[in-house]
Every structure is written in C-alpha cells, then in structure tokens.
Write a protein that binds this ligand. Sequence first.
Ligand SMILES: Nc1nc2c(ncn2[C@@H]2O[C@H](COP(=O)(O)OP(=O)(O)OP(=O)(O)O)[C@@H](O)[C@H]2O)c(=O)[nH]1
Ligand SMILES: [Mg+2]
Length: 186
Amino acid sequence: MTTNDARRGKTILIGASEAGKTTLIQTLSHQAGTAAKTMTVAHRFNFIDTPGEYIEHRSFYKALIVTAADADRIGLVLACGCDDCWIPPAFAASFAKPVFGIVTKADLARERSVWEAAREPLRRAGADPVFVLSAWSGQGLAGLAAYLGLPAPDGRALPAGEPLPAGRAVGAADRAAVGLRGGDDG
Ligand SMILES: Nc1nc2c(ncn2[C@@H]2O[C@H](COP(=O)(O)OP(=O)(O)OP(=O)(O)O)[C@@H](O)[C@H]2O)c(=O)[nH]1
Ligand SMILES: [Mg+2]
C-alpha cells in the first residue's frame, strides 16, 4: 500500500443488487469494461465490493459488519427510482465508522424530486453526506471523488443517441452462488 492509498483509505460499498456498486468502483478506479454480477466480497483498488444479496437478506448482515472492519468508511448505495431499496432505517448505527450515501443512476431521472426521494432512505439509514450521481453520464462523480480523496473520473458518457446498457436479471443461479437457497430469508 502506498502512502496515498493509506491516506485515501478503504471504502466498502453496500447496496441492493443492480444498484451500480461495481460500475461505480470501476469508474472511480478508471477501469473500462462492463460490471459482471458480484458473487462474493471483492477487494478492488481502494474499495471493498459486496454482492447486493448481502443487504437484501438479514442473514448476511453479520458478514457485512465483519467485512466492514477492513474499511475506513461505509458507502450505502441506492439506485435512483428503486422500488425496494433494502436499506433499513438506522443501518449506519451498525458500524462504528463514517457512513455516507450514494444515489446512483441519476441519469435515469431528470426531475430533482426523484433524486430527493432517493436520498430519503439513505438519510433515514443515517448516511451523511449523500451524493447523487451517475457513473454513466459522469454527473456528480467529482463530488464523491473529492470526498474519497480520489482523482475525478470522466464518467462513461455514451455517444448521443446510444441506449444505456440494459440491466441484468438476477436469477436463481446468482442467488445460489452467494449461498441463498431460494426464498427470501430476510
Ligand atoms: N443508467 C445507468 N445504469 C447504470 C449506472 N451504473 C450502473 N448501471 C447499470 O446497472 C446495472 C448493474 O450495475 P452493477 O454495477 O453490476 O450493480 P451492482 O450494484 O454491482 O450489482 P450486484 O453485483 O448484483 O450487487 C448494469 O447493467 C450497469 O450497466 C448508471 O449510473 N446509470
Ligand atoms: Mg456488483
């Protein structure tokens, strides 16, 4: 670990499947490519990436808390316009470390009211500050990068008119891979 790495510290990202955690890590780490489904906890650059299932099922909470011991701060991630955000109120109190929030996919909603609505579950969880951004358009990334002590990335701005990549379906095979047997155990 270099001196710079030590100063920046490690950030663990926690949030539902498809929230955009891995894509955001790739973008902040200046890595090209498309994010594959995260199957297990992964250390990537200054980040600890977690599978969405870890917040979607209470039985994984302990694993999240133990894993967060290796991090200096916790980022709770939620996609703009999500129907079920999975982030419980006061969740930040589970960690004796700074907890901040990230609303991703801001490019999917132009209205400020949608962004504000997405901030609410994060605020209720105890996250502060809360950043609103899009890894694809690049909007809002500079603020988060500055907070984390990282160089500002360009985002992944797509050529005008090109559709955004479709989201992946999260299926039974994904659930099995992270150790879930079937129905919701939360
Ligand atoms: N429109 C839009 N789509 C995004 C953005 N960030 C990620 N996505 C898409 O959202 C989907 C899920 O992204 P991931 O980064 O794999 O999500 P994740 O939170 O790591 O998901 P798990 O690994 O399943 O927990 C992918 O299809 C991404 O291309 C964004 O800022 N805007
Ligand atoms: Mg992922």
